[in-house]
Design a protein around this ligand. Structure first.
Ligand SMILES: Cc1ncc(COP(=O)(O)O)c(C=O)c1O
Length: 296
C-alpha cells in the first residue's frame, strides 16, 4: 500500500478524454456520484506492460453503467486505447488500472437525468492485495455480518460503487478482529463471495464454487475455471451452504486484485494450502503474463 495518499501520487490521470497531471484530477464536492453512489468502476492489472483481459473489463464497465441507467460517452476502443496510452505514460510494466464513470454536478437530488457522465482512469503500482507472507500460508477470513443483496433489491450485476458499502463495513469488521477479509453469504444464506473476490472450495479432488446469480461473475473467476478445466479438474458451480464449509479441504479466492489467494481459515473452519490451490496460483500467474511469439 502506498504511504503517500492516493491524491498525491505522481504522473497523469486520463480525465474525460485528456491526460491531466495526477494532482489536478479533481471533482467538486457537489457531485452526484459522491452523494448518491451513481458511479461504476473497474479494477484491472497490467503484467509485463500488457493489461490482462482489458477489453473484457472495458465492456463490463460500459455494461455496469447501462445497468445504472447511463451511457458512458466513450466506446470500448476509446477506453481501451486510453488505458494502454496511460500505462505507457505512467511507465509501469506491472500495475493496477482503475477506470471509473460517475454522474456529475448538473442536478443534485435523487433524480439526475441531465447529469454529465464523467470518466477517469488512474494507474498505480499495487503489488499485492493481501500481505505476501499471509498469501503464501493462506489468508484468514471472518464470516461477514452483511449479506449480498437479492438482485431485486440492488443491481448486483453492476460493478457499482454503492454495492461496496457493505464490503468496506464487512472488511473493516474482519480486520478489527485480526482477519484479512470476510466471507459474505447472500440474501438466501448461501455462500457468496469475499468482500472483493470470488471464492472456490476443493473436496475429494473436485472444485466447487457458488453460482454467481447475485454477485459478480469475476473475470478472474472465469479465467481460473478455464485453467482448472485445462488441467482436467472437475468444476461444479452450485449453491453452497455455510454448513458445508466443514467438509471442504482447500479454499481460495480469485479476483483481479487478489489474483488467486489460498485461504487457511474461515471462522472456525480450517483448510490446507493443497495441490489444487497451489497449481491454480501458479497457472494464473503464468496465464496473465503476455505471450511472446515463439520466434521472439
Ligand atoms: C465484490 C467483488 N467480487 C468479485 C470480484 C472479482 O472480479 P474480477 O475477477 O473480475 O476482478 C471483485 C473484483 O473486482 C469484487 O470486487
Amino acid at each position: 500500500m502506498a504511504s503517500v495518499p492516493f491524491d498525491q501520487l505522481d504522473g497523469h490521470i486520463w480525465f474525460n478524454g485528456e491526460f491531466v497531471p495526477w494532482k489536478d484530477a479533481k471533482i467538486h464536492v457537489l457531485t452526484h456520484g459522491l452523494h448518491y453512489a451513481s458511479s461504476v468502476f473497474e479494477g484491472e492489472r497490467a503484467y509485463g506492460g500488457r493489461i490482462f483481459k482489458l477489453t473484457e473489463h472495458t465492456e463490463r464497465l460500459i455494461k455496469s453503467g447501462e445497468i445504472l441507467g447511463f451511457d458512458i460517452p466513450y466506446s470500448v476502443a476509446e477506453i481501451d486505447d486510453a488505458c494502454i496510452k496511460l500505462l505507457e505514460m505512467q511507465g509501469f510494466q506491472d500495475a493496477y488500472v482503475r477506470p471509473i464513470a460517475w454522474r456529475g454536478s448538473e442536478m443534485m437530488g435523487v433524480s439526475a437525468q441531465a447529469n454529465r457522465i464523467n470518466v477517469a482512469i488512474a494507474i498505480w503500482q499495487w503489488p499485492s492485495y493481501f500481505k505476501p507472507e499471509e498469501k503464501l500460508k493462506g489468508i484468514r477470513l471472518d464470516m461477514a455480518e452483511y449479506r449480498r443483496p437479492d438482485p431485486r433489491t440492488a443491481p448486483s450485476k453492476s460493478k457499482a460503487a454503492g454495492l461496496y458499502m457493505i464490503c468496506t463495513l464487512s472488511k473493516h469488521a474482519a480486520e478489527k478482529k485480526g482477519y484479512a477479509d470476510a466471507l459474505m453469504l447472500d440474501w438466501r444464506g448461501q455462500v457468496a463471495e469475499a468482500t472483493g473476490a470470488n471464492v472456490f472450495f476443493v473436496k475429494d479432488g473436485v472444485i466447487h464454487t457458488p453460482t454467481p446469480d447475485c454477485f459478480l461473475d469475476g473475470i478472474t473467476r472465469r479465467t481460473v475455471i478455464d485453467l482448472a478445466k485445462r488441467r482436467g479438474y472437475e468444476v461444479v458451480e452450485r449453491a453452497i451452504m455455510p454448513e458445508e464449509l466443514e467438509g471442504f479441504e482447500q479454499c481460495f479466492l480469485t479476483g483481479t486484485a487478489a489474483e488467486v489467494t489460498p485461504v487457511s481459515e474461515i471462522g472456525p473452519y480450517s483448510f490446507t494450502v493443497g495441490e489444487i490451490a497451489t497449481n491454480l496460483v501458479n497457472d494464473y500467474a503464468a496465464e496473465v503474463q503476455p505471450k511472446r511469439l515463439a520466434a521472439e
